[in-house]
Design a protein around this ligand. Structure first.
Ligand code: SF4
Ligand code: SF4
Length: 369
């Protein structure tokens, strides 16, 4: 641990980042849910609020204290900031003689985030690999990421649907942050006991008042995170799971899950790592302009597998199986990492409460029976 901030200093950090040209985002209360939104100071963060999440359920309650980060992951993830749901790719404009193609411009402002959770960072790492780690780079994503500044907050109160400890992605951040803090109340005062993750983080913090932590603060921060690891609401044993799923494509339990699944795609929209997209072309009525955009799609949509005159995954069980086996099995083979970071959003935001941390063991028991 390398520094301690108090609340007023954390607020100063937000202002320093804004002065440096960042749009600073934090977890804010919007429409009865917590979402990342631009903030001008820490008083805009959802202070004193706790989220209650369960399969198909989400609600917010008042905490008995005024913790600033006393909630877990919100509805939306960092995916919305770095890989937006809809973005322009190019436009073409007719000048009377020919069309001129113009690529979309660079994102207007740099992105800084205060309060990103460790599982969110792990999801960013997954996207870094998928979107910038191969031969074809998503240049818009690469630009947003290269310029970003992340202040991560370790989790000390995991939620009912969290299972980051099983996935090795939390509750403490280990990489991809510029600064990481643990929120603690020491002698009646909120403190942010932190560590540096980058030279950029160190340089920014030099301009903000802070002090060195003492041994007690360091040990309090460590034990808070370590206790969180034992309090996860869920777990998933991933030993041999990629191989198991790959070799059980015909398991009867896929059809059982499909009886409940609505193929609504909520799970894929809420998931911080899902990256399926489609292109959307539009043109003006007089033909003087055409635009191409990229929009999130979902493997649950019937059209997504449309090929050779028909959808290749016409049944819901085929689509559910595709989603889960890609995420937990094919992804490992393709990208060397799981496609799941254990954030639990797909469980909370599934309208019928399908929870694969329950369904997978059930599936395995049926085979073993
Ligand atoms: S699959 Fe579910 S738990 Fe895993 S990262 Fe996606 S939304 Fe989170
Ligand atoms: S698993 Fe749930 S969220 Fe996902 S498509 Fe099916 S019903 Fe919708």
């Amino acid at each position: 641990m390398s520094f301690v901030l108090v609340r007023s200093e954390l607020d100063e950090l937000v202002r320093v980042l804004a002065d440096d040209g960042y749009d600073v985002y934090g977890p804010v209360l919007v429409d009865h849910a917590i979402r990342y939104r631009p903030i001008g100071g820490i008083d805009e963060i959802a202070i004193g609020i706790r989220d209650v999440q369960a399969p198909g359920e989400y609600s917010l309650i008042e905490r008995s204290d005024d913790a600033m980060f006393g909630h877990t992951v919100g509805v939306t993830s960092l995916k919305d900031l770095f890989f937006p749901p809809l973005r322009q790719v190019w436009s073409s404009v007719w000048d009377g003689e020919t069309y001129h193609f113009e690529p979309a411009g660079a994102p207007a402002r740099k992105i800084a985030v205060i309060g990103a959770r460790p599982c969110e960072l792990a999801a960013l790492g997954v996207h870094d690999t998928v979107l910038t780690g191969g031969d074809y780079i998503d240049s818009d994503y690469a630009l947003r990421r290269a310029e970003s500044f992340i202040v991560s907050v370790d989790c000390t109160e995991p939620g009912e649907v969290c299972f980051c400890a099983s996935m090795g992605t939390g509750p403490a951040a280990t990489s991809l942050f510029d600064l990481a803090v643990t929120e603690l109340k020491v002698d009646g005062e909120w403190e942010y006991v932190g560590r540096y993750g980058s030279e950029r983080g160190e340089a920014v913090l030099e301009r903000v008042a802070h002090r060195q932590p003492d041994q007690i603060e360091v040990s309090l921060a460590r034990s808070a995170v370590s206790a969180a690891s034992d309090e996860m609401g869920r777990e998933l044993d991933t030993t041999g799971l990629p191989q198991y799923l790959a070799s059980h494509r015909e398991h009867s339990h896929w059809a059982e899950i499909a009886k409940r699944c609505l193929a609504c795609g909520n799970c894929t929209q809420a998931c911080p790592t899902c990256f399926c997209v489609n292109t959307v072309d539009t043109s003006s009525l007089d033909g003087s302009r055409a635009d191409r955009a990229v929009r999130w799609d979902s493997c649950f949509s019937l059209d997504y597998s449309y090929m050779g005159g028909e959808p290749q995954r016409s049944s819901i069980d085929a689509r559910y199986r595709k989603w889960l086996t890609h995420k937990l099995s094919g992804w490992v083979e393709q990208f060397g990492t799981s496609g799941c970071v254990g954030c639990g959003r797909c469980i909370t935001w599934c309208p019928v409460g399908i929870d694969f941390t329950v369904e997978i063991p059930k599936m395995m028991e049926l085979v073993d029976a």
